[in-house]
Design a protein around this ligand. Structure first.
Ligand code: BTN
Length: 250
């Protein structure tokens, strides 16, 4: 029997935090929490997004939480596998509710051309190994209006016109993530990498992208083990780190 990691165990629920990721970071330093501890906030006053952006989420309408993983079976150089595991868990959960879900590299979750979930993963490494990964997830569930600069937010409510019970959706989502966690722990790395590529937004089709030299046409052909995206341009493959290339949306 596999030990259940997340469900109903070690969930710290807070009415308000600045950021569940920041709380988790302090918690790791002071309390050395168990693998699978979840920190959930009804409201974040300074929710963090990627690239120093903020994360908008109306109080009590969405899921904003961080999972603390202690993946002692991975080395620090394998940290992109955590990104794959979390993205696939959120992707699997959403595929049960809506069509046209995809993972926009590296780990935004999209429904068609709109972003429904954001993931911010912060790693703490100890020498060559991963001491902890703080996996912050913001999933838009019941929010109807978005005020922020984010160009294309969407919620589950927009997709299905249903209002969801956040607690029961959290349990379903954690179950999906847990399933992917055990898949990774059991060494099914190739299968997960394949699933990630299959789910990737815009893979295998020509679109416009932008790098420091300007806009170009390219086709995503893969993502390597370090999480760098591979884009075919004029018969040559270019490899980019996060932030070095942007998707041109229209
Ligand atoms: C992104 O920019 O797409 C990443 C957004 C991540 C938001 C989540 S909400 C829970 C956790 N706490 C934070 O401060 N950020 C992440």
């Amino acid at each position: 029997m596999q030990h259940k990691l997340f469900l109903h165990q070690f969930i710290i629920r807070k009415k308000e935090l600045e950021s569940t990721n920041d709380f988790a970071l302090e918690f790791i330093k002071s309390q050395n929490p168990e693998n699978g501890t979840v920190v959930l906030a009804q409201n974040q006053t300074a929710g963090k997004g990627q690239q120093n952006n903020s994360w908008e989420s109306e109080s009590g309408k969405n899921l904003t939480f961080s999972i603390i993983l202690r993946p002692d079976f991975l080395s620090a150089s394998q940290q992109f596998l955590i990104s794959i595991l979390i993205s696939l868990g959120v992707y699997d959960y959403l595929c049960k509710h809506v069509n046209c879900v995809s993972i926009k590299w590296p780990n935004d979750i999209y429904v068609e051309d709109q972003k429904i979930a954001g993931i911010l993963i912060e790693h703490i490494s100890k020498g060559m190994s991963l001491d902890a990964s703080i996996c912050g997830i913001g999933l838009n569930i019941n929010q109807k209006q978005f005020a922020s600069h984010a160009p294309n937010p969407v919620s589950l409510w927009h997709c299905t016109k249903q209002v969801y019970d956040l607690d029961s959706e959290l349990n379903k989502l954690l179950a999906c993530i847990e399933c992917r966690y055990f898949q990774l722990k059991n060494g099914k790395i190739m299968q997960m990498q394949n699933d990630y590529l299959k789910a990737l937004y815009r893979i295998g089709t020509w679109y416009r992208y932008k790098d420091c030299k300007g806009i170009f046409f390219g086709k995503i052909v893969g993502v390597n083990e370090f999480g760098q995206i591979q884009i075919l341009v004029n018969s040559k493959i270019r490899t980019y780190n996060f932030k070095e290339v942007a998707f041109v949306l229209h």
